[in-house]
Write a protein that binds this ligand. Structure first.
Ligand code: 1BN
Ligand code: ZN
Length: 317
């Protein structure tokens, strides 16, 4: 049985020692199957180890479905793909009708729940849809990367007994503006889910909300978001430093408006892990150049392992 409760150096050693057995033998061929991670004897189950190649493979498969803006064929295919990948994961679908400048649009958030022994929830989220009516934009990094990395986190958490807080993974719809980014025209999915979780009491149980966006850039520099919760960013930085990845974190600080804001506004501790410098002067952002060749498995591995280490630290505190 894996545990998040080992001291960091031991956890790291065991992670490294067992990392070979956590890899799927053939992740570059067919769509990775949504199987439970092995838990049976004789070998003890490995600690979760993020496989950057597999995260990139999930991303590749999502990108291959085409532009995935609400109402597009690629969006419907992505919904079906997420359902297939997450069918073993207590998947909840949150479908709603968004009122947008283009009229009423049907949107769906997906939430996969991995129960823990401790009272409280850590949410890790990202968005999966792409820019509205942009047929020239496949969004490999924005936000194929977070879609793929969240699927790899699900792969790691699947079938494990979590000793700490429950971990809920969320794939948001409707992050991008339909016409022009504003408070009313953006982040439709996260606004909807935060309001729903406020009504049903879920928000009170959330200990931390970690947002992933644009995390696959080969030139990885995660910004420190001035709208996020400082103590939670400090935990993330400690996690990064403990793993030797601090050089990729928080060299620059800037305020980000993104899917974490509806949760921040109602008092949930939040952190937006975003690399908002994508290509020369951020020129690949929202451009047809946001393609798979700009991404690296190492970046997925770094961000994913920092997320898991952050969860382990939060469980200790
Ligand atoms: C991030 C990726 N965002 C959209 N796609 C949020 C954002 C909105 C970033 C406006 C900068 C400006
Ligand atoms: Zn975007």
């Amino acid at each position: 049985m894996m545990s998040f409760t080992h001291p960091a150096p031991l956890a790291l050693l065991l992670t490294l020692a067992f990392s070979a057995c956590t890899r799927s033998p053939n992740v570059s061929a067919a769509e990775p199957a949504p199987q439970a991670a092995p838990v049976a004897s004789p070998a003890p189950a490995a600690l979760p180890h993020v496989d950057g190649q597999r995260a990139l493979q999930y991303t590749r498969e999502v990108v291959a479905l085409g532009p995935r803006y609400p109402g597009s064929p690629g969006h419907a295919k992505t919904e079906a793909y997420l359902r297939r990948q997450l069918k073993a994961d207590n998947l909840q679908e949150d479908t709603f009708t968004a009122t947008t400048p283009a009229g009423h649009l049907r949107m769906t958030n997906f939430i996969a729940k991995f129960p823990g022994s401790k009272d409280g929830i850590i949410v890790v989220a990202g968005h999966y849809e792409t820019l509205y009516e942009r047929k020239d934009f496949v969004g490999a990094n924005d936000a194929g990367s977070s879609t793929g990395l969240l699927l790899e986190l699900a792969h790691q958490l699947r079938g494990r007994k979590l000793d700490g807080y429950s971990v809920w993974l969320a794939w948001f719809d409707g992050e991008e503006a339909i016409r022009q980014w504003s408070e009313s025209d953006s982040i439709y999915g996260s606004k909807h889910l935060a309001a729903k979780w406020q009504r049903d009491g879920t928000l009170k149980k959330i200990k931390a909300f970690l947002l992933l966006d644009m995390v696959g850039d080969a030139d990885l520099n995660i910004d420190r978001d001035a709208n996020s919760t400082p103590w939670l960013e400090d935990v993330i930085y400690k996690a990064a430093a403990d793993l030797g990845h601090q050089g990729h974190f928080f060299a620059r600080s800037l305020p980000m408006e993104d899917d974490h804001m509806p949760f921040a506004r109602v008092g949930v501790p939040v952190a937006d892990l975003i690399d908002f410098n994508y290509g020369p002067n951020n020129s690949y952002w929202h451009s047809p150049q946001d393609t798979l060749d700009k991404l690296s498995p190492q970046s997925f591995q770094i961000v994913g392992s920092v997320v898991l280490e952050t969860i382990r630290l939060l469980n200790q505190g």
